[in-house]
Design a protein around this ligand. Structure first.
Ligand SMILES: C[S@@+](CC[C@H](N)C(=O)[O-])C[C@H]1O[C@@H](n2cnc3c(N)ncnc32)[C@H](O)[C@@H]1O
Length: 289
């Protein structure tokens, strides 16, 4: 065990040097992760990163941060486990209900004008947001002519998303979100309870394609009338955000909607001038050209 400040053997200068060395190893690991996987943790809070990285070092039995770096760069499965450790997959059904209310009131009428609707749910995590969109579209009578492409960098969360199986204990909270988001049906009609889980109606996934896609390094794969990307770019620095906005702008149909949610904004990005604001609070934008 390391000497603590109360220990007579504790040498502050030595401890400082150890921390500096560890910081350099963390910098190198983060740089390697960014270059190889396009996920940028370089601006994350150091204290929490340090704790989580050391936990992963222990679980992978590699002994050091640089040992973890070596392993990460050669084994994508380790990278996926680290992504889960950093718990950036937090999500919920009808999260921020006012966003879904705005979609129902302001975006659905626009989508109705298309014979067929393609939606990109980027950074969908374990799928709660995607199933929420499917429910909303079904209630609007649009689901049958919609295809939702739900993508994430992390294959582990996508596998969970495909199952449509969510913790039963969350259903009270999700029902409240659904109602606050403008839902008028009995939310329980969309799932059946199976032990500790709620199995969502299989038909809700009929028009959803879950696929791995890295927003930083992969290209556009279709043209969409609506792109929903919430709580993803908050983890990116400005250069990365600009790159993703370029990708979204290039992937939206003319007059298509970009839906970013409360925490992100088009302001101060390279594409700020390319959209009309549809809803400033919910960060709904409409592509001009
Ligand atoms: C906090 S979750 C947001 C989930 C959902 N959109 C929501 O708001 O509830 C962020 C998701 O973005 C994904 N992500 C992070 N970097 C990504 C990238 N470069 N490309 C695609 N997805 C990414 C993560 O794997 C994670 O599942």
């Amino acid at each position: 065990m390391d000497a603590t400040p109360l220990d007579p053997a504790f040498d502050p200068a030595q401890r400082r040097a150890e921390l500096d060395r560890e910081d350099i190893e963390i910098d190198l690991l983060l740089e390697g992760v960014y270059r190889n996987y396009g996920v940028d943790f370089r601006q994350y809070s150091r204290a929490s990163l340090r704790r989580r990285l050391w936990r992963r070092v222990d679980l992978e039995h590699v002994g050091t941060i640089s040992g973890l770096q070596e392993l990460l760069l050669h084994d994508a499965a380790v990278m996926e486990r680290l992504l889960l450790d950093l718990s950036i997959n937090v999500t919920a059904m009808f999260r921020d209900p006012s966003f879904f209310r705005a979609l129902r009131v302001q975006v659905v009428p626009l989508l109705r004008t298309y014979p067929f609707v393609r939606i990109w749910n980027a950074g969908c995590s374990t799928g709660e947001e995607t199933y929420s969109l499917a429910i909303l579209l079904r209630e609007a009578g649009l689901y049958d002519r919609t295809r939702i492409y739900a993508t994430d960098i992390n294959e582990v969360v996508l596998q969970r998303a495909r199952q449509g199986l969510f913790p039963l204990e969350k259903m009270q909270e999700y029902t409240e979100n659904y109602l606050a988001g403008g839902g008028t049906q009995a939310f329980s009609q969309y799932y059946t309870a199976a032990y500790e889980h709620a199995q969502f109606d299989r038909s809700l996934a009929d028009n959803i394609v879950f696929a791995q896609h890295n927003l930083v390094s992969d290209r556009s794969f279709n043209e969409f009338q609506l792109i929903v990307c919430r709580n993803v770019m908050i983890y990116f620095d400005k250069a990365l955000q600009d790159a993703v906005h370029r990708l979204f702008h290039g992937s939206l149909a003319r007059l298509g909607i970009l839906a970013l949610g409360h925490k992100e904004s088009i302001s101060f990005t390279s594409h700020e001038g390319d959209y009309d604001v549809v809803n400033a609070d919910e960060r709904l934008y409409r592509k001009l050209q």
